[in-house]
Structures are given as structure tokens and as C-alpha cells.
Design a protein around this ligand. Structure first.
Ligand SMILES: Cc1ncc(C[n+]2csc(CCOP(=O)(O)OP(=O)(O)O)c2C)c(N)n1
Length: 569
């Protein structure tokens, strides 16, 4: 191209860069400062645009798309309010290490700092909740920055990247300069776990008798589920997962203990509390997992494997830290023990430990009190599991609905449970489910919702109808902000301050008003039939199920208590 280099506008460069990065879909909402991008998109056939109804929805959709597919999700918004509306979505993705890139329009460079119309310092606002962010200053830098943004979002510990693009950068012209490789000073994730650390870890584990594998969302993000399963079975080690790790290890596997932590199973929490060695993989010892930190796993040595060195030693002292990609480290661990006599002997040696855990499970299984008169939310989730044969992608909102989904749906595969774990964002599930449905058109995608949460992004029903995204929303409608009410019941003497939702809309008619289908069940014996109808209906559906407002999520470890002090049914 030397001598007669083709010049393009920034907007054209931007759209070409997206296409060259392999972006097939962008979730967005237009406005003044991104009009040129929308104009360039109009001519483009490679990048599909999904028009959302609120920018928060766009970011959650990009996030759901990323969680379900493993590909980086993309959102595009205008400056000012468009950009500020993305903040909750960005913070949600940041807390859960989800690779997304958010592009925002910005006022022209010369007007930045002038309180120009629809100016917001989104780079400043999102600095603490992005993995990295950019303000593009020149058109010629645009393609490179797009490439870097995708690279940063998806490598190492993934996370959201924001790219703020002033209007004059989009209208300016330059050559399309897309570098072949990304070179960034000061950003070199370490993928290879140190072999000697790995050996020490395995030596330590083999000396012990009560091991537990504690698996977090990092297993899913690094595509290491198969390796985790292999290691667990070679050594016969029980596995507990965090909320973010649901599906990282098969929920129906005999070695699976389910979730640990605040609403974890009795046996997972007892196993962790009595273990003598914990192998933490892609997990971060979040306070909802550890309970009272000083009394967390008092007898255990801890091996912690994570790609992000800053998450090691952050909350708990670690005996053997291993910084690296889980895929690499698990492979090295497997290589050390696979087919060895030690592994066979070890499986035998720790058999009494597995028996002990199963005894805990038999004495305190995950249960709820069934009722003939009231619909139990746990029963609804069990029915969803049975009807979908465990094969759905399940998103959740936040609250009791989220915990019941995690407890009673058995996730056998990674990337099938989408939930806001770190930030706990009500309103996440529905748009995330839509994003997942865009990524996985053939799959059944269900959002398990509460009547409070679903009202936070209900406007995306219009998006679902417009793009024929057949997501099924199952509302566990208890007429309250159930999880907050649960805390008021247990810790505030039943004073239900502002947690009753008397003005709940008629969800069936609301669905119909948007052009979706609505279904309702008010009795236990209607639930299965109504769910089936909703799942079989073509297009998006809201399935409103009146559930028992007094039902609570158990087990529960009160905030700040040790894991062994569980409140049980
Ligand atoms: C955006 C946001 N605001 C407030 C909260 C605090 N909060 C956590 S759970 C919850 C209640 C959720 O109610 P609902 O969606 O009806 O679900 P339920 O617990 O009844 O299943 C609230 C208000 C939150 N997590 N997110």
C-alpha cells in the first residue's frame, strides 16, 4: 500500500477493526457522539448490531454472551448518560473477571473538560472497575487500540476494557493501521506454573489425608474443567465449587460436594472446615465463601493456583502459591500422578475421608420442607432441572432465586450457569440470558428470576421480541425482596422494612404488552405443566410462579460467622 495508502474515517476504521477482530455481534444503543459509527455499521454486513433498550442491558448482554461462549462480548454506547448507564454492567463483569469490551462515544477532544453537552469522564469513572481503559486521542491509533482492548480483556485474568472515542477521532481520517501483534509494556501474564511449586504442592497433597479441591470461576474461564475432573478422579479428591464455579465440575459427579460458603451445602462446608489440605483453583477466597476468616479451614494447608498473583495471599495465608494458567498447572499436576502407584494408594488412603463426607451428607442433605398448599421455589427449580434434563443455560437474577438455582439445578457443564457473583447485580440475569441466547441460538436459555430483580431490566423484553430471542424467564414470585426479607427475618426481628412489593405488575399481561408470551402458576400441581408450556412456546416467555413468601434459603452461614455455624432447615 506504500505511497497510495487508503484513508478511512475513524468510524470506518472502527467498524473494520471490529470485523477484523472477528466480532460477530455488538450490543448497543446510539446517540450523538457515535452517529458516525452507526452510519458505518449501516453499510456493514459482517458485524451484527443488537439494539437494546437500556445501556445496562447492552453490557449485561455482552457479558452473558461472553460467559456462555467464551468469546469476548462487545457493547457500544454514546457519551454522557449512555456511558454512565454502563457502569453497573462493567463493574459486574469486573468482579467476575468476564472478558468484554465497551466502546463509548465521547465529546470532541477539544471540548473535553468543558462540561460539554453529554460529556462524562467515563475513563475516570470506570478506572476502578475496568481491567484497563483508554481515551483514544488520534484516529490513527484507533485500530491498534481496538486490538489491544480485545487482547487485554481476554488474556491473563480476563476482565472488562473500556475504550472512549471522541467524536473528532471518528470523523477524522487516517490509514488503517492494524498491528500484527500486541506489544504492551508492563503486561505479561504468567501462564506457566513453576514446576517446582507444582511438585511441592503435589508432595504436600499426597502427605495429607483430608484433601478438598475448591474450584472457582477461573476453571471455567481458563477452559480447565476436563483437567480438573481428571485430577480429581486420579486422586479421588472431593470437589466443591463456588457460585462462579458452578459447572466447572459436574454437579452429578460422585465426587461433587456442591457449592460451599454462605449458602453452600452442609457437607461442603464441613469438608472444607475439617480438611487438612485445600487445593484452590481459580478461586479467590471471597468472604461469602470463607465466612469468618480467622476460623476458615483451621486445620488445612493451602495450595492456591491462580493466573492473577494479586489474588494470592489476598484474603487467606497460602502455603504453596502457584501463579499460572490453570490448564498448564493442572496438566503438570496430572502428569506427576497419573498412572502411578502413589495415586492408587492415595485414593485408598483417603477413602475414609470420602466416607466421612458422605455421612455428613446423609445426616444433613440439601433439603426443604415440601408443602401441599404453597409452591416451594426449590420445587420449581427441581422441575426446571427435570424438564430441561439439566441441559439448559441458566441465568439468574440476585437474591433467593439465585441461591435456589445454584443449589437445586445440577450443572454438569461449564458455561451453563450465568450469575452475578461478585457484585450481586439485580437485573443481570435477563439481559445476560439474552446475550447467551445470541451466542448460542440453538440452546434453551432460562432466567431464574425474582419479582424484584426482573423489574430492573424488564424493558429488554422488547429486545427479546424484536430479535426473536426465545429466552424463558421463570419468576419465583414471592411478592417480596426475598433475600433482604430473609435477613430481616433472621437478624432484624422480622421488621420487614421496605421489602414487600405490593405493586407487582401482572407479568402475564406485561409480557403480552411487549409481544411476548405470559404464563402463570399459583399451585404446586400446576407448576410442571405451566413450565412445560412456557418452554415449548415459540419466542420469549415470562412464566410467573407464585411462590411461598416465607421460604428461606438454607443452609445459611450468618455473615461473619465461621462456616461450621450453619443455620439449617
Ligand atoms: C441492584 C441491586 N440493588 C439492591 C440489591 C440488594 N438485594 C440483594 S437481594 C435483593 C432482593 C431481591 O429480590 P427478588 O429479585 O425479588 O429476589 P428474591 O430474593 O425474592 O428471590 C436485594 C434488594 C442488589 N443485590 N442489587
Amino acid at each position: 500500500m506504500k505511497g497510495d495508502a487508503v484513508k478511512m474515517t475513524g468510524a470506518e476504521i472502527f467498524v473494520k477493526a471490529l470485523a477484523d477482530m472477528g466480532v460477530d455481534v455488538v450490543f448497543g444503543y446510539p446517540g450523538g457522539s457515535v452517529l458516525n459509527i452507526y452510519d458505518a455499521l449501516f453499510q456493514n454486513t459482517k458485524v451484527r448490531h443488537i439494539l437494546v433498550r437500556h445501556e445496562q442491558g447492552a453490557v449485561h448482554m455482552a457479558d452473558g454472551y461472553a460467559r456462555a461462549s467464551g468469546r469476548t462480548g462487545v457493547a457500544l454506547v454514546t457519551s454522557g448518560p449512555g456511558a454512565t448507564n454502563t457502569v453497573t454492567g462493567i463493574a459486574t463483569a469486573y468482579m467476575d473477571s468476564i472478558p468484554i469490551v465497551v466502546f463509548s462515544g465521547q465529546v470532541p477532544t477539544l471540548m473535553i473538560g468543558n462540561d460539554a453537552f453529554q460529556e462524562a469522564d467515563i475513563v475516570g469513572i470506570t478506572r476502578p472497575c475496568t481491567k484497563h481503559n483508554y481515551l483514544v486521542k488520534e484516529t490513527k491509533d484507533l485500530a491498534r487500540i481496538v486490538k489491544e482492548a480485545f487482547y487485554i480483556a481476554s488474556t491473563g485474568r480476563p476482565g472488562p476494557v473500556l475504550v472512549d472515542i471522541p467524536k473528532d477521532v471518528l470523523t477524522g481520517v487516517a490509514e488503517y493501521l492494524m498491528p500484527k501483534e500486541v506489544k504492551l509494556r508492563g503486561y505479561h501474564p504468567n501462564y506457566e506454573g513453576h514446576p517446582r511449586q507444582v511438585e511441592s504442592a503435589m508432595r504436600l497433597v499426597l502427605e495429607k489425608e483430608r484433601p478438598v479441591l475448591y474450584a472457582g470461576g477461573g476453571v471455567i474461564l481458563s477452559e480447565s474443567s476436563a483437567a480438573l475432573k481428571e485430577l480429581a478422579h486420579i486422586l479421588g479428591i472431593p470437589v466443591t465449587t463456588t457460585l462462579m464455579g458452578m459447572g466447572a465440575f459436574p454437579g452429578t459427579d460422585p465426587l461433587c460436594l456442591g457449592m460451599l460458603g454462605m449458602h453452600g451445602t452442609y457437607f461442603a462446608n464441613m469438608a472444607i472446615s475439617h480438611s487438612d489440605v485445600i487445593i484452590a483453583v481459580g478461586a479467590r477466597f471471597d468472604d461469602r465463601v470463607t465466612g469468618k476468616i480467622d476460623e476458615f479451614a483451621p486445620h488445612a494447608k493451602i495450595v492456591h493456583v491462580d493466573i492473577d498473583p494479586t489474588s494470592i495471599q489476598k484474603n487467606v495465608p497460602v502455603d504453596i502459591p502457584i501463579v499460572g494458567d490453570l490448564g498448564d498447572v493442572l496438566k503438570k499436576m496430572i502428569k506427576l500422578v497419573k498412572g502411578t502407584k502413589e495415586a492408587t494408594a492415595y485414593r485408598g488412603k483417603i477413602a475414609p475421608w470420602r466416607t466421612q463426607i458422605r455421612t455428613w451428607e446423609q445426616t444433613h442433605p440439601l433439603v426443604y420442607k415440601p408443602s401441599k398448599t404453597k409452591v416451594k421455589p426449590q420445587y420449581v427449580v427441581e422441575q426446571i432441572y427435570e424438564l430441561t434434563k439439566g441441559d439448559a443455560i441458566v441465568a439468574t437474577e440476585v437474591g433467593q432465586n439465585q441461591m435456589f438455582a445454584a443449589q437445586y439445578y445440577k450443572f454438569d457443564r461449564p458455561r451453563t450457569f450465568l450469575s452475578s457473583g461478585g457484585l450481586g447485580t439485580m437485573g443481570y440475569g435477563f439481559p445476560a440470558a439474552l446475550g447467551a441466547q445470541v451466542a448460542m441460538p440453538g440452546r434453551l436459555v432460562v432466567d431464574v428470576a425474582g419479582d424484584g430483580s426482573i423489574q430492573m431490566n424488564i424493558q429488554e423484553l422488547a429486545t427479546a421480541v424484536q430479535y426473536r430471542l426465545p429466552v424463558k424467564v421463570v419468576i419465583l414470585n414471592n411478592g417480596t425482596l426475598g433475600m433482604v426479607r430473609q435477613w430481616q427475618e433472621l437478624f432484624f426481628q422480622g421488621k420487614y422494612s421496605q421489602t414487600c412489593l405490593p405493586q407487582i405488575p401482572d407479568f402475564v399481561r406485561l409480557a403480552e404488552a411487549y409481544g411476548a408470551k405470559g404464563f402463570r402458576a399459583t399451585k404446586t400441581d400446576e407448576v410442571r405443566q405451566v413450565l412445560r408450556k412456557g418452554f415449548e412456546a415459540s419466542g420469549p416467555a415470562l412464566i410467573d410462579i407464585a411462590t411461598d413468601p416465607n421460604e428461606m434459603v438454607y443452609p445459611m452461614v450468618p455473615a461473619g460467622a465461621p462456616l461450621t455455624k450453619m443455620l439449617l432447615v
